[in-house]
Design a protein around this ligand. Structure first.
Ligand code: NAP
Ligand code: FER
Length: 339
């Protein structure tokens, strides 16, 4: 069991970004390690998640999640080891998933923790393929888009945490063809050679419309959108009659300072009778047991592959987050604090 230090580090929002954030938007502070009160746990964080939605929480103004406060510690998904417990359900040495990331040590209500099993998968997997991004992919493809075997699926952001899982689930559930887009030649190679995508392209190489037409000459039935913008317009053009879009995210617009243009071909929603549905993973919690069962089996059988891009040390958490927004991750972006 680790000894409890008197102080530890946390990352705070220093200033709200305008456009693309930088290191100046964060500060690292040294604070006393708090002690757990009744019903609480003291946890030493092992690994933290940085996610695109955090960019939205750095802005002021209401959204589906309340904004981070300037001068206060940020938060997000984390896996940590229980070091002190005041409840019967948890003992020192237990490993838990919780929402108080961006800090080395955390005191949290036991009701906000969930036990995880490191014999089934390593800690980081519970923040990626077996966690919130994995469930997003599963629910977005199967529930929101209503994907069926024999269909052709296009996934953008395909080499990332959500996209890489969405594409693999489509393949495992009998897609006729799975197409992915990503932002580098190495990622395109990864999609084709490691993840079993039938076709993939680098959206920086040329117009998405043209590259998608080459990759899907007969069109697409489902588009899993992580990116928005030019990708969404191209997908609307490529969709077949009664095609469906899951709008999971629009990362190409998260740093925008001006309203972004809509797809110019929305008239095709009428002629092709398309369905375009936004989603939030929290609406699909009822799928969690089925998702965990299926995903655990796929991981055990080696049917699903996953990558992690790992930065080390809390001081590097802001850089990990900025690198995520710039596409320097393959698979899930994580910050490792301790073994
Ligand atoms: P991720 O894909 O692992 O990482 C973000 C990726 O976005 C980067 O690696 C980068 O890859 C790509 N990107 C950045 N700027 C881009 C641009 N201008 N155009 C195209 N691609 C760009 O992140 P994730 O956690 O899996 O999240 C993926 C998407 O799902 C995000 O839009 C996120 O907001 C959304 N999401 C939604 C929900 C929900 O409930 N609705 C839940 C989780 C995640 P490239 O190298 O390919 O550019
Ligand atoms: C959540 C709802 C949505 C959540 C994350 C998201 C961590 C992600 C949204 C996005 O990336 O756009 O409760 O919890």
């Amino acid at each position: 069991m680790p000894t409890i230090p008197s102080t530890a580090l946390e990352v705070r929002l220093a200033a709200r970004p305008v456009g693309r954030p930088g290191p100046e938007n964060f500060t690292v502070a040294e604070v006393p390690v708090p002690r757990p009160g009744p019903g609480q746990l003291l946890v030493r964080n092992l690994v933290l998640s940085v996610d695109p939605y955090m960019r939205g929480r750095m802005n002021a103004g209401p959204s589906y999640a309340p904004p981070y406060q300037v001068g206060e510690v940020m938060h997000g998904g984390a896996v940590g080891e229980v070091v002190e417990s005041t409840v019967d359900e948890y003992a020192p040495g237990d490993v838990v998933l919780h929402g108080l990331g961006w800090r080395e040590w955390a005191v949290l209500d036991a009701s906000g923790a969930g036990r995880i099993d490191l014999d089934l998968a390593p800690a980081g997997a519970y923040l990626g393929v077996l966690g919130m991004p994995g469930l997003t992919a599963y629910a977005g493809l199967l529930d929101v888009a209503g994907f069926r075997a024999g269909e052709t699926v296009f996934v953008s952001g395909a080499a990332g945490a959500v996209g890489s899982v969405a594409g693999q689930i489509a393949r495992l559930k009998g897609a006729a063809r799975v197409i992915g887009s990503a932002g580098s030649a190495a990622k395109v190679r990864y999609l084709r050679e490691e993840l079993g995508f039938d076709a993939a392209f680098n959206y920086r190489d040329g117009p998405v419309t043209e590259q998608l037409a080459d990759a899907a000459p007969d069109g697409i039935d489902v588009y899993f959108d992580n990116v928005g913008g030019e990708h969404l317009e191209a997908a609307i053009g490529a969709l077949t009659v009664h095609g469906r879009v899951t709008v999971c995210g629009m990362i190409s617009q998260y740093n925008a300072t001006e309203p972004t243009p809509a797809p110019r071909n929305l008239g095709m929603l009428v002629s092709k009778r398309l369905t375009v549905r936004g989603m939030l993973v929290t609406d699909h919690a009822h799928l969690q047991p089925r998702f965990l069962e299926e995903m655990s089996a796929w991981l055990r059988d080696g049917a699903v592959h996953y990558e992690e891009t790992v930065f080390s040390g809390l001081r590097n958490a802001p850089d990990a987050f900025l690198a995520l927004l710039d596409g320097h991750n393959t698979g899930k972006m994580l910050v490792k604090l301790a073994d």
